[in-house]
Design a protein around this ligand. Structure first.
Ligand SMILES: CC(=O)Oc1ccc2c(C)cc(=O)oc2c1
Length: 278
């Protein structure tokens, strides 16, 4: 059962927030949807799913990215889920890079996280089914995200290449099995057997991708991003893209950092990129 908690007109369309009881995460989940002008049961529109980064909710992208004007013009709906399960009964951590706000878009296998931290199933299956049942959207889907959400977007597209037409990311964590944020999250959510981490690592997934499953990707990365060297490791994905001749465009930008100032500078290009395939 969907509960509407806000409806705001913007760029001729509507920004709305909802909560619902999710079966994959066993808790109430909140998401936001932007419906462009003219979206209706007789004029269904495609969707770009947006996955946010550490500490974010459904609100950061919608309030800071400046995406509505272009999405309205192109006739694209945007769906932004929360970044983790939340609630008093949901295990948490004192640090910003783990627990609530840091679900890493995996299905946890380790107690106590395995009850609620099933963001992979939520984003891949439960949320799209809900969106397609309740809103005037087609089944055509693109996926995009930032940082931890960029990892989520690329990883989910690589694992589900027939479900998404295209994928894009700002400042993604491309090789979580080889960086401190990923190692902390994966060891707690997935356990100490590193073989189980491989299925959620974009570099590893791309290494094993077959050409029939290639899908168009765009990645934008700021060169003044403080997290680039230690956490994001864009060069590791660049090497796999070259080795596999994968259709991923990687754009490096002088002077830009990890913030939503960077995202808002290039979000129109990402929407236009996805529009070609939607
Ligand atoms: C709203 C905002 O600035 O979001 C934000 C800030 C920092 C980070 C970091 C450091 C990592 C990440 O995955 O997401 C993220 C999002």
């Amino acid at each position: 059962m969907l509960e509407n908690i806000s409806s705001t007109k913007v760029s001729g369309g509507w920004h709305k927030q909802y909560t619902h009881q999710a079966s994959s995460t066993h808790c109430a989940m909140r998401f936001a949807i932007f419906l462009p002008p003219g979206a209706s049961e007789t004029n269904k529109v495609p969707v770009m799913y947006w996955l946010s980064g550490l500490t974010c909710t459904d609100e950061n992208f919608m309030q800071k990215a400046g995406a509505f004007k272009k999405a309205a013009e192109l006739g694209i709906a945007i769906v932004a889920p929360d970044t983790s399960p939340r609630g008093e009964n949901v295990p948490d951590d004192d640090n910003y890079d783990f627990g609530q706000g840091a679900g890493f878009y995996v299905n946890a296998t380790q107690a106590p996280y395995n009850v609620h931290y099933n963001m992979y199933d939520y984003v891949v299956s439960e949320l799209p089914a809900l969106i397609e049942a309740h809103f005037p959207v087609t089944t055509k889907k693109a996926i995009a995200g930032h940082s931890m959400g960029g990892h989520g977007a690329l990883m989910i597209a690589l694992k589900n290449p027939k479900q998404f037409v295209s994928a894009s990311a700002f400042s993604p964590i491309v090789n979580p099995i080889n960086c401190p944020w990923g190692e902390k999250a994966f060891s707690n959510y997935l356990g100490s057997d590193k073989a189980s981490w491989l299925e959620y690592d974009s570099c590893e997934l791309m290494k094993n991708a077959v050409t029939d499953d290639y899908l168009p990707m765009r990645i934008d990365q700021g060169e003044a991003d403080n997290f680039l060297t230690e956490q994001l490791k864009t060069e590791n994905l660049f090497a796999v893209v070259n080795e596999k001749d994968y259709p991923a465009e990687i754009n490096m930008h002088a002077g830009y950092d990890h913030s939503y100032f960077f995202i808002s500078s290039f979000i129109d290009e990402h929407l236009m990129f996805h529009k070609k395939y939607l």
